[in-house]
Every structure is written in C-alpha cells, then in structure tokens.
Design a protein around this ligand. Sequence first.
Ligand code: SF4
Length: 287
Amino acid sequence: MLQQTQVKTVLPRFAAWFEVFPDITSLATASLDEVLKAWEGLGYYRRARFIHASAQLILAEHHGRFPQTFEAMLKLPGIGRSTAGAIASFCFDMNTPVLDGNVKRVLRRWHGSPEATDKTLWVQAQEAIDASGQPDIWNQAMMELGATLCLASKPSCIDCPVQQHCGSAFGTFERATSKTVLVRNVHWQVKLYLDAKKGVWLTQRPDEGIWAGLWTPPIKELVSAPDETPYHIHQLTHRRLHLYTDVIHTEPGGKGQWATDIRHFALPTGIHRLLAKHGITPAAGEA
Ligand code: SF4
C-alpha cells in the first residue's frame, strides 16, 4: 500500500483491509471484485491485483504460509528485489538490502560517487548490510536517512549521524531533478444511463488499461476534445482524463447492470466524483 501512497493515507486503510481480509486464505479465496472494492480510492489498482494474485499463489504453492526464502518471495507478483529485501530482512532477519530511490541517493553520497550505477550500488548495499550485524535495523535506518535527512535537494549534514564517515558531507550537491512526466490529454464521454427506480447503469472495465476491472458507466473515448467544458477532470500519472457526461433515460444495451446502491461496486475515484456531481453518492444511491 505504501508504494506511491503516503503513510497517513495508508494507516486507516491498512487496518480496514485486515478487517476484511484477516489472513492469506480469506484474501486468496475472495473474488477480484471484492479485493478491488476493499482497495477503492487508494489508486494504482495494479497493487491490489498483485496482492490478490500473490495470496492465491501462496495458498496454492506454500500451503497458505508466506514463503520464507528470498527466491520464493521474488516469484510473488509485484515483489521485486528491493521489496523482497525489505520483507526478508524485517521478518526473517536476512542480509538482504533494500535499494529504493532514497537509499540509492544515500549510498552515492556516502561513497562520494554520484555516477554509481545500480549494479555498483547493489554490491555496496550488500557489503554494508553484511557488515551491519542487524539487517532489519540497517535497512530501516538507510531508508529513514534518505527520507528525513539526506534529502535530494537539501541534505541536513549538520544533523546527520554518519557525517564523519560520509564522502559528501557538507559538499555541494546535484540539484534535484524532477523527472518530466509526459501527460496525455484523454477525452471520454461517460454515458450516464439513469432510471428513477433502477439507479445508474454500470459496466466493468476490461482487465487491462486505465481503471482495469473497476466499475464505471459506459465510456467512449473521443478522438478530440468536444466543444464543451468537461464535467470533471481527473488526473492520473500519465493521463489527464476529461470526462463529459451524456445523461440518458432509455434502456442501455450491452453488458452491465443497474446499481441502486453504488457502495456494492468498486468505482474509481474520478467516477465517484463525477457521479456525486449528479447527486449519486455511496450513501444515498441515486438522488
Ligand atoms: S552527511 Fe550529508 S550527504 Fe552524507 S549521508 Fe549525511 S546527510 Fe547525506
């Protein structure tokens, strides 16, 4: 949950998640719909799919017990070398380094080698954790150092506990470069089929692409921006969705189902906001 999402957002959701899925078996045997519903609003829904698929793999191949070898952890969907390193060190006391963006920065500065490649950094990270004697604390300390003191733009060397050993302490630092993210404008016509008794018509998005597997009113992508102001604009990492609504009071065609209470469906935040503008909220159903 913490990949790409802030701690304060995650904390209440983390507790709520374990209310719904108290163990691996309950998660593995839930439907993907239930999992996406529990993840609703956290964004980056791929993570929910990975957790679900991991739970199923753990149930099928490890008798429902989280694998305890590094190699087996790496086979779980969504878990790469650095995440597996964190789990293995925190939970099983293994000498497996974490190498996220913050730790890379700390290592480069510590060794005074700003150009060090990932390959070199993995070697340095392994040597350091091998020498630490406390891999769990070592990994947490490196991540905390990068997140709190050894910041990208303004490292606080004066407060840093490792300043005497650091090859870059009080030096001049590269300016933090923010990666340019190319954002594409997308224009979507959202067809709001409304019925006073039956509610709003929802369809399930395909398994791939934006909002995969979530429920939305039928959406049609427009080739260009129409001559009207979008009803709602929703920002994703690489897309800016301009949503235009078309309210329809006839019977819809195709696959889907009426929803009198949208609480029972996993909807993306952008659609929740758009529906709210039409008076359709989880608490009230259709107004
Ligand atoms: S002394 Fe400065 S550059 Fe070195 S690790 Fe500490 S904060 Fe980073």
